[in-house]
Write a protein that binds this ligand. Structure first.
Ligand SMILES: *Cc1c(COP(=O)(O)O)cnc(C)c1O
Length: 412
């Protein structure tokens, strides 16, 4: 670490052999076997991505122009009419909701999150409610829940149905929010049919729906008007990045509410592929998305990561992850107090199932891994069943052996 004056270099202990920038701020690095979750700092950037970000940082650009350039690339990759780089999928949900409320009216943009007199309801299937919908509510809308997913009483087998969504639509409806997941009901196509027959925009949260790469186009193709993806998850972009893509007018509204617009009307000449100035009665002041600022380095990093992500085949990604997972397996060997398994189907995973008699519960073992040296963050979602998962997506080359050694020490 640097001393107070910043002149003397004192390396601090950490799990990687080389001295890290994190030492200078007294932060330890962790082994991320959880996957690209926000709380464990997303994933790792490819050298090509960091090189592009470094180069981007060495020049200045006009932010509307760089977003217009991003829009062309995002529309090629997603099939959407337009797209912008956001500071994450959650920011995309906020901006997308704002766009659905205000359209191209700068007066309405200026008043958010006060939605008095505007369309201020977003319809959502109750089983899709989640922590991230706070970003939608932050635009000033109320969420109208529909459907009753009866899972516990044993009486119900249904989730929401399209007619229930249709019934909830009124002249206050700003949008329908759909959270995409393999299990989401009703099917997106059915919700899109309802939305379009009533001229209500459909906003899809697809933050974590990648890979497969084909999902970059899937939701737009199924009829979504706006789709939010996380850039810091599977795409491999900067942790604080995301994509919002969709219809031209909605994206124009979204970017107007994100950009810094502290500029005179006559001085302002935004690229027409992203912002058609002729359609605006005036320039809105800084919008509700202004706190979701995205830097030029982030935009460039996301775009390079997106191209790399879209270019890799599912087979190649699978093989790359499988090789890492197999290395965890072979360096772990057989454990006295647990069964181990390499799961090859879907995204490859290394799974440890603790024996019932073992002195630690699944959660206790996860905590011991987390609090040990090196600190290893595994997937605790099945810990209540004694099952600990290890994902390959965010591992450094040297991590599999370090995980194996630690598992042998801890579980025998
Ligand atoms: C991760 C996630 C988000 C938030 O994505 P960020 O890019 O971190 O803002 C939103 N919705 C869902 C379903 C997610 O999994």
């Amino acid at each position: 670490m640097f001393d107070d004056v910043g002149l003397t270099w004192r390396p601090a202990p950490l799990h990687h052999a080389t001295v890290s920038i994190y030492d200078t701020i007294g932060v330890r690095t962790i082994i991320n076997a959880k996957g690209p979750s926000t709380r464990v700092s997303g994933g790792l950037l490819a050298p090509e991505v960091t090189a592009a970000m470094k180069e981007a940082a060495e020049y200045c650009v006009d932010m509307a122009e760089i977003q217009a350039g991003a829009s062309k690339i995002i529309s090629q990759v997603t099939g959407a009419e337009a797209g912008i780089v956001t500071s994450g999928a959650a920011a995309g949900l906020l901006l997308g909701t704002a766009a659905c409320i205000t359209g191209l009216d700068p007066g309405k943009m200026a008043r958010l999150p006060d939605t008095t007199g505007m369309k201020n309801e977003v319809i959502m299937v109750r089983s899709q409610r989640n922590f991230y919908d706070h970003a939608v509510r932050a635009a000033g809308v109320k969420i109208i829940e529909v459907g009753l997913p009866d899972r516990v009483a044993g009486a119900g087998v249904r989730d929401a149905e399209p007619w229930e969504i249709a019934e909830a639509i009124t002249d206050r409806t700003a949008a329908i929010l759909y959270v995409a997941n393999g299990n989401s009901r009703p099917p997106l196509e059915d919700v899109a049919r309802v939305a379009h027959s009533r001229h209500v925009p459909l906003l899809v949260d697809a933050a974590a729906q990648l890979p497969p790469v084909s999902n970059l186009r899937k939701f737009i193709a199924a009829g979504a008007d706006l789709v939010a993806f996380s850039g810091g998850k599977a795409i491999g972009g900067p942790q604080g990045s995301g994509i919002l893509c969709g219809g031209r007018d909605l994206i124009m509204s979204a970017i107007l509410q994100q950009l810094d617009l502290d500029i005179a009307w006559e001085q302002w000449s935004p690229p027409s592929n992203l912002i058609d100035k002729n359609r605006l009665v005036g320039l809105p002041p800084h919008g509700i998305g202004r706190p979701c600022k995205v830097g030029k380095e982030t935009i460039v990093g996301l775009l390079v990561a997106l191209k790399r992500f879209a270019a890799e085949s599912e087979q190649s990604r699978h093989d790359r992850y499988l090789a890492l997972v197999k290395r965890i397996d072979s360096s772990t060997g057989s454990l006295r107090n647990a069964k181990t398994e390499v799961r090859e189907g879907g995204t490859p995973k290394f799974v440890v199932t603790l024996d019932r008699g073992f002195r630690m519960s699944g959660m206790e073992a996860c905590l011991a891994l987390q609090n040990g040296t090196p600190s290893i963050h595994a997937d605790p979602s099945q810990a209540a069943n004694g099952v600990i998962g290890f994902s390959a997506a965010c591992l450094r080359q040297e991590d599999p052996e370090a995980i194996g050694k630690r598992l042998r020490d801890l579980i025998g």
